[in-house]
Design a protein around this ligand. Structure first.
Ligand SMILES: Cc1cc2nc3c(=O)[nH]c(=O)nc-3n(C[C@H](O)[C@H](O)[C@H](O)COP(=O)(O)OP(=O)(O)OC[C@H]3O[C@@H](n4cnc5c(N)ncnc54)[C@H](O)[C@@H]3O)c2cc1C
Ligand code: FES
Length: 367
């Protein structure tokens, strides 16, 4: 009797994926496409700036990647993601070359904290700082502010390689024309054509200093900062925000790639000794405790998945927090912690996809 019910329980496992049918493919630049999806039933529930986790099989192996929604649920009838090619990248090249309207892609429900609460009474100055494909979540936020917050203003600082590489260039010009008093766009091109008269080269701290410092003296608005792009541009902006002692709660930062996590992964699989030993780790998932053996070349997530645990994850680089857990005892080493806030780190939260065991008594609960 007991076995019968147990089996029944296993069979009715809820499908964790949302199948999204591609409605339209728009070639934004030579190396970036936007995929718009038909609305599923019920409609996709997301916040501007959140991301989708795409789940696909390559050579018989399930792979996942995160892609930010470039659309706004308040403006756009259909959700969309924009994908920029990475040299030799598995997903980004596949999505740029092989996806056509009518194809269905499985995704996980939207996740991410790179967002805010939009309210018609807000009187904010949004500083949106984007580089390359980092414009994607920024675009969703920008459109949401314009439509929801008539009293707020926006300054977008957007770094691209050259004129042809400006993703959403036309859409942005149109939004600026329609909102001349509320939206200011500053483009910075690293390799512009000779006729370019705007900012060029590496974006300097002085550009940010000038813009942010002026805003600090203007009392009418509350400043709020969203940064998404390569580490160089985000670090430069962060340095200036630290100089100005801007409250950390008003700064939102999203990274798409972690060189540190990538290097640690390469070192681990090539057996480069990092002092990590094979250890047993207790993982509490959906109230059930399992003991998983984690070898030096594995992260806690990799060992858990290999042991058959249905652990949540998306980027596998310590950036998106989908795999967040809380350490109840013991100590882990994280290859990357950019996804977690100082408060979360202090409270004992860890990212299982980049965590390696340091002690024998580790117990992590996935909440
Ligand atoms: C929260 C989040 C949101 C994201 N949103 C977007 C988005 O809106 N649009 C978008 O285009 N991408 C986005 N990304 C990045 C995306 O998830 C993939 O990492 C990216 O498309 C590369 O995947 P791939 O399979 O093509 O490359 P892979 O096959 O994973 O990588 C191929 C090689 O390139 C290296 N590599 C991968 N990415 C980079 C990089 N950015 N810079 C330098 N080297 C790299 C890898 O280390 C590897 O050596 C996001 C990532 C996160 C974590
Ligand atoms: S899966 Fe993204 S932080 Fe771990």
């Amino acid at each position: 009797m007991f076995n019968f019910f147990k089996k029944k329980k296993e069979e009715v496992k809820v499908n964790p994926f949302i199948p999204l049918k591609v409605r339209e493919v728009v070639h934004e630049t030579a190396d970036t496409v936007t995929l718009y999806f038909e609305q599923p039933e019920p409609y996709l529930d997301y916040k501007p700036g959140q991301f989708l986790t795409l789940v696909m099989e390559f050579e018989g192996k399930e792979q996942r990647r995160s892609y930010s929604l470039c659309t706004s649920p308040y403006v756009d009838p259909f959700p969309g993601i924009s994908v920029k090619r990475v040299p030799n990248g598995l997903f980004s090249n596949f999505l740029n070359e092989k996806i056509f309207p009518g194809k269905t892609i499985n995704v996980l429900k939207p996740l991410g904290n790179f967002t805010t609460d939009f309210h018609s009474k807000n009187r904010r100055h949004y500083f949106l700082i984007a580089g390359g494909s980092g414009i994607t979540p920024i675009m969703g936020i920008l459109k949401s502010v314009l439509v929801n917050e008539p009293e707020s203003i926006i300054t977008l600082i957007y770094a691209s390689r050259n004129e042809e590489n400006i993703i959403f260039g036309k859409q942005l010009s149109m939004l600026q024309l329609a909102n001349p008093d509320r939206l200011k766009i500053i483009h910075n091109l690293s390799q512009p054509s000779e006729s370019w008269t705007g900012l060029k080269g590496r974006i300097s701290a002085d550009v940010f200093r000038d813009l942010f410092a002026k805003a600090e003296y203007e009392q009418r608005y509350q400043e709020i900062y969203f940064l998404c792009g390569p580490d160089g541009i985000m670090d430069t902006a962060m340095k200036v925000l630290e100089e100005l002692k801007v409250d950390k709660d008003r700064i939102h930062r999203e990274s798409f790639y972690s060189a540190a996590a990538h290097q640690a992964h390469e070192d681990a699989i090539h057996g480069i000794n990092t002092g990590i030993l094979t250890r047993d780790v207790k993982i509490v998932l959906e109230g059930e405790e399992s003991v998983v053996t984690v070898s030096p070349e594995q992260t806690v997530l990799e060992a858990g998945l290999a042991a058959g645990l249905n652990m949540p994850y998306s980027c596998q680089s310590g950036l998106c927090t989908a795999c967040r857990g809380k350490v109840l005892s013991g100590q882990v080493k994280m290859d990357e912690d950019a996804g977690l806030s100082e408060k979360e780190l202090a409270a004992g939260y860890v990212l299982c996809c980049v965590s390696r065991p340091l002690t024998d008594d580790i117990k992590i609960t996935i909440e």
